[in-house]
Design a binder for this molecule. Structure first.
Ligand code: ZN
Length: 686
């Protein structure tokens, strides 16, 4: 592992932050914290923490000694100076004299001594940073250090690697107790340049930002070298022989199993993130290795994201006919996992006096031999965090087993960490959005209405896939929404293209919950004069295109067994035809019948089908030129034309997007047509 320190970059950071009034110490602290955060072998997703001791002025103008330590909610990869809030150091140091200090008292003292009372809570490891006398303190749960820390003889190995350069601290839950133990370990070996926290991670110290950072790099490199030198050669490191059914067939069945195990008490809808590189697949296929993961989390930091153990499934069969049997076995396996978790909670909660509230009992990590490892979450972003952490855990376990035995913290310590109020505070700070846990596919997604609809669903917390005949445009809209939004090229008139698109969505998210079938075309001409190809083309897109995507979505929804929503853009023309729009109106009228057919045939599956009949929306189907032309023809201004409705207001693509969201949320409405046209008597449903 190479140091990424650059004198030039460091000087630039100092100059840049100085413009904002940030001193050199905090500037360099920010610079090296970001260096640590940039390497996933060192730090992942809010893991690790860093600090610097410096002098600042308070509001009275007095100089005070402060500890600037990572604040809750900041990620080292993107941290700014404000991410290391300043806490008065002397009151923190006085705490060491106390015999005991509750977590609440610790947090209270830390907050009360912030120079800025609006700053985020200082890290739960603040006191450990404070009690070390060094100016810069860096802490990570790096992959290689965890492989060493999780050995039964970690202290012995630590001595072999580092001699007295690193002091060992036995496992203690983070907080006051750990901070005192770490201080004692350091004082017993005052030459130590860092700490190995058994079953947890590693610290490095330095008089300068560079020294602490480069010691971290050196220590982790020494761990890596030790692993490389002592690893037993594995006899079967190769990728598996197994060949399972594709993720697109398997993941909806996993979602069904989650839904059934969740019952009425817990949310049953989860978004998936599948990892399947060669190392992951080799791990998933190796029974001896994957069973190691059941021993516990590689570092206690992971437990709130991954729970204490993964769920391990059987390999899914290759042939589709065998999948139903696999699905049933999977449903039983997820239910068993939940029962085991609930028993763990009950047993442990009794141990601590029955004061804790249970978390949901569903797995966050699912090992599927032949396929890979699935991280789960309330949305794709959360599932990806689980996926990233799992990749690091797999490397830690493989290496730990290669040099000895993977032996993480036991059940009591797992529970204390998982249900520690300060860890719980890291999760669920914001209320879940209304459409979190939902995957939405929008066809015609790169058009004005499609894009506005996709954005409206994303704003409600849904994960979105944009389908469009123009793949590049779909990708561009997706990128404008979020890194987790998927852009897919899809020709809705081509069943193979539709199948491929939905397979991609399912592999990416685990399934589909809501379809917004919006792609359409407005071909014009008097009906009697219309070339047959024109009418057929109109039906291909405005009727069969919707049928193709709805059929595919329903098949996935039925596999998931958790209902679903089909929403269709039938336009005003479906109920209020206009001259020269026969090709459009007849196909949209047929589409309205199709919506009702889905509603009546799939209500029993919990699948709702509803239609929206928007009118006069600026889009590819109603361009600026068309608006100008029609306004001229009627002798009104463009604004009057666009606001030609009862409310006298233009209806926008965003209004349509919000109406689709409203339909998705109306849980007891199906077979309905909703207007979003500002009021149009001729188009009122009767
Ligand atoms: Zn830690």
């Amino acid at each position: 592992m190479e140091s990424r320190w650059s004198d030039m970059e460091a000087a630039r950071a100092v100059a840049r932050y100085a413009e904002r009034g940030v001193g050199e110490d905090l500037a360099l602290r920010t610079y090296t914290a970001r260096l640590l955060g940039a390497d996933p072998r060192l730090v992942l997703h809010g893991g690790g923490n860093t600090s610097v001791k410096t002098v600042m002025r308070d509001v009275y103008g007095d100089e005070v000694r402060v500890l600037c330590v990572k604040g809750s909610g900041w990620d080292l990869a993107t941290i700014e100076p404000a991410g290391h809030p300043a806490v008065r150091l002397d009151p923190l140091l006085r705490l060491r004299q106390l015999e005991r200090l509750s977590d609440e008292e610790m947090v209270s003292v830390q907050r009360a001594n912030l120079l800025d009372s609006n700053a985020p809570n200082p890290s739960v490891e603040t006191l450990l940073h404070a009690f070390m006398p060094h100016k810069f303190v860096d802490h990570t749960h790096s992959v290689a250090s965890v492989s060493i820390a999780d050995q039964p003889d970690a202290e012995e190995i630590c001595r072999r690697i580092f001699a007295d350069r690193i002091a060992c601290v036995p496992y203690i839950l983070p907080g006051f107790g750990l901070a005192k133990a770490a201080a004692a370990a350091f004082e017993a070996n005052p030459r130590a340049e860092g700490l190995l926290l058994v079953k947890h991670g590693i610290f490095s110290f330095g008089a300068s930002a560079k020294e602490a950072y480069e010691r971290m790099i050196e220590f982790v490199t020494l761990c890596e070298n030790y692993i490389a030198a002592t690893a037993r050669p594995r006899t079967k490191p190769q990728a598996p022989e197994l060949e399972a059914a594709p993720a697109s067939s398997v993941l909806p069945l996993l979602r069904r199993a989650f839904g059934e195990a969740a019952g009425a008490k817990w949310p049953g809808r989860w978004v998936a993130d599948l990892r399947n590189g060669p190392q992951i697949e080799a791990f998933a296929a190796n029974e001896e290795l994957r069973l190691c993961a059941l021993r516990g989390p590689a570092t206690p930091d992971h437990i709130i994201r991954l729970k204490g153990r993964p769920l391990i499934l059987d390999a899914p069969p290759r042939d589709r006919s065998g999948l139903e049997g696999w699905a049933q076995a999977t449903t039983r396996a997820v239910a068993d996992y939940a029962r085991v978790y609930e028993a763990y909670f009950a047993r442990q909660n009794e141990r601590v006096g029955g004061i804790k509230k249970p978390l949901d009992p569903l797995p966050r990590v699912v090992v599927i031999p032949g396929l890979g490892i699935v991280g789960t979450g309330r949305d794709k972003a959360e599932a990806k965090v689980a996926g990233d952490l799992v990749e690091a855990v797999v490397r830690s376990i493989v290496d730990a087993e290669a040099i000895g035995r993977y032996e993480p913290i036991g059940e009591d310590d797992q529970f204390d960490m998982e249900y520690w109020s300060l860890e719980q505070a890291k999760l669920g700070k914001t209320a879940e959005k209304r459409l979190a846990r939902h995957v939405v596919a929008v066809t015609g997604g790169a058009g004005a209405i499609g894009a506005a609809t996709a954005k409206a669903f994303a704003a409600e917390g849904a994960d979105v896939a944009i389908l469009d005949i123009d793949g590049a445009a779909a990708a561009a809209i997706a990128a404008s929404i979020s890194a987790n939004t998927l852009g897919v090229q899809c020709d809705v008139t081509d069943t193979a293209s539709v199948s491929a698109a939905f397979a991609r969505i399912t592999a990416a998210f685990g399934g589909v919950d809501i379809l917004v079938s919006n792609a359409g075309v407005a071909l014009t001409g008097m009906i009697a004069d219309l070339p047959e190809e024109t009418l057929r083309r109109s039906f291909e897109i405005n009727f069969f295109g919707h049928q193709n995507v709805a059929r595919e979505a329903v098949a996935i929804m039925k596999r998931q067994g958790q209902g679903g929503v089909l929403l269709f853009n039938v336009s005003k023309q479906a109920v209020n035809p206009g001259p020269n729009f026969g090709a459009y109106g007849t196909s949209k009228a047929a589409l309205l019948a199709l919506v009702r057919q889905y509603a009546l045939e799939h209500g029993a599956d919990g699948i709702r089908a509803n239609a929206l009949n928007p009118d006069r929306i600026r889009s590819g189907l109603l361009s600026s030129e068309m608006i100008a032309e029609r306004a001229r023809a009627r002798g009104v201004s463009e604004a009057e034309y666009m606001g030609g409705n009862l409310l006298r207001q233009e209806v926008t693509a965003e209004d349509v997007g919000r109406a689709f969201v409203a339909q998705a949320l109306m849980r007891k409405t199906t077979g309905d047509v909703m207007t979003v046209d500002g009021g149009n008597v001729a188009a009122m449903m009767r």
